[in-house]
Design a protein around this ligand. Structure first.
Ligand code: ZN
Ligand code: ZN
Length: 259
């Protein structure tokens, strides 16, 4: 059974990734508006009302802000951990929520033939998780807002057929950029984001298993990165051995297929 994915948007302005495997249709995160998600899926011939679940990675607004709309407007159940929902509700107005399914950040969640493995992260959300989606023998990761290169991360990526991997910042751009010192420290610190070099080194190590078909660089910073620079660093370090895509900060990607 093949699997496809479309990043509808990726980065601090909002995150939402669509995954389809067999009859199962999932959204990871709800950081873009209902209209944006609906229109971008429709442009790829998909109806958002057919989505079985939206699974929330963590409590930051760029991942959960519009979850309430997804549910009320399109009838999509929200899968979220209890601490993530509590923290997000305290911070942003999600509106009335009725169809909530709780999971824990280390759980396996089953949707028909598809299994979603949640993996806890050291990012600075209250209870952050990333996800490996498994369908038949195929495994795809949606791995952003990672904190740092935690134990097992390289082994996880090595076990995948395809991955959305955080490549948030170029270290030199962050160092010389406009952010205040405390914010620079947060981003590069142990609970922040992964740099282009860190993502490239993970991909370089994981590629040695010869399983990865492609990687889509994700959650790029607007101020501290550029798609061209992220691609260049990742290409150089992976020695051009891997098909690379970039998830846009404002538009959807093409349909990416895991064959
Ligand atoms: Zn984020
Ligand atoms: Zn975050």
């Amino acid at each position: 059974m093949s699997m496809i994915a479309i990043s509808l948007q990726s980065g601090s302005s909002g995150n939402c990734i669509y995954v389809e495997a067999g009859d199962t249709r999932l959204l990871i995160d709800a950081g873009i508006t209902g209209v944006q998600a609906q229109e971008r899926l429709a442009a790829h011939g998909r109806d958002i009302r057919d989505v079985d679940a939206v699974i929330i990675s963590h409590d930051h607004g760029d991942h959960i802000r519009h979850a309430g709309v997804f549910q009320r407007k399109f009838g999509i159940p929200i899968y979220v951990t209890a601490p993530t929902l509590a923290a997000a509700t305290a911070r942003c107005d999600l509106g009335k929520l009725t169809n909530i399914c709780n999971f824990r950040s280390c759980d396996k969640i089953r949707f028909g033939d598809v299994l979603v493995q949640a993996i806890p992260t050291p990012h600075d959300g209250v209870d952050g998780a990333v996800f490996v989606i498994e369908s038949g023998k195929k495994r795809m990761g949606v791995l952003t807002d990672l904190g740092h290169v935690f134990k097992d991360l390289i082994a996880i990526v090595s076990s995948l057929d395809a991955v959305f991997l955080e490549s948030n910042y170029d270290p030199a751009m962050l160092a010389s950029g406009p952010y205040p010192a405390y914010l620079k420290q947060r981003i590069r610190g142990p609970h922040g984001h992964l740099s282009n070099i860190e993502s490239a080194e993970i991909l370089c190590r994981a590629s040695k298993e010869r399983r990865l078909q492609w990687a889509c660089l994700a959650h790029l910073s607007e101020e501290n990165n550029h798609p061209t620079i992220a691609l260049k660093t990742n290409r150089e370090i992976t020695d051009d051995q891997l098909a690379l895509h970039v998830a846009d900060r404002y538009r959807s990607t093409d349909v990416l297929t895991v064959a």
